[in-house]
Design a protein around this ligand. Structure first.
Ligand code: GUN
Length: 163
């Protein structure tokens, strides 16, 4: 099966939908229990499958108030770019099955995150657990004004911002 076919097969098999960040996703778990947060009630935890493919190889730069745990399920390598707005540091992490790559990534709430397939990857299937559970009210996309504050990272991160 060719790379494009493998991604398309996973989209069909897992009944994934297009994600506004780019890529594909499906909610696979929503806790039946609620949690009070400073921003309102949320499920205790939610979880999704998230897939990048040759047709959808990038996840746009965004952040969420919740902590997010990422587990590589298949494919890769996929690179994550993590910008800490507090001090301007940019961390690059590769999820993959080779030496020097990780199978797990923890992203604390508030960190800006983008992702892309790298190397010979034709897909990457990553499952995420979001705590407190996902809500669009906790989510924001980056714009070019954010990048103006971090000129040292602007060129790279501009690849992940919609104009
Ligand atoms: N990103 C992480 N979890 C979710 C979710 O449940 N829904 C959406 N749309 N995006 C997410």
């Amino acid at each position: 099966m060719s790379g494009g076919d493998r991604g398309a097969a996973l989209v069909a098999r897992l009944a994934l939908e297009r994600h506004p960040e780019g890529g594909w996703f499906k909610r696979i778990h929503t806790s039946a229990h609620a949690l009070d947060t400073a921003h309102g009630a949320r499920a205790r935890v939610t979880s999704i499958h998230y897939l990048l493919t040759v047709d959808e190889p990038r996840g746009r730069l965004h952040r969420n108030r919740s902590d997010i745990l990422h587990y590589l399920q298949g494919g890769g390598p996929v690179e994550y770019l993590l910008l800490d707005e507090a001090d301007g540091t940019l961390r690059r992490v590769v999820l993959g099955h080779d030496v020097g790559q990780q199978l797990f990534l923890f992203v604390p709430g508030g960190i800006w995150k983008a992702s892309r397939l790298i190397g010979d990857a034709d897909h990457a299937l990553v499952s995420e657990a979001v705590v407190p559970g996902f809500d669009f009210a906790d989510h924001a996309f980056a714009d070019l004004a954010l990048l103006e504050r971090f000129p040292q990272h602007r060129e790279l991160l501009a690849l992940f911002v919609r104009r």
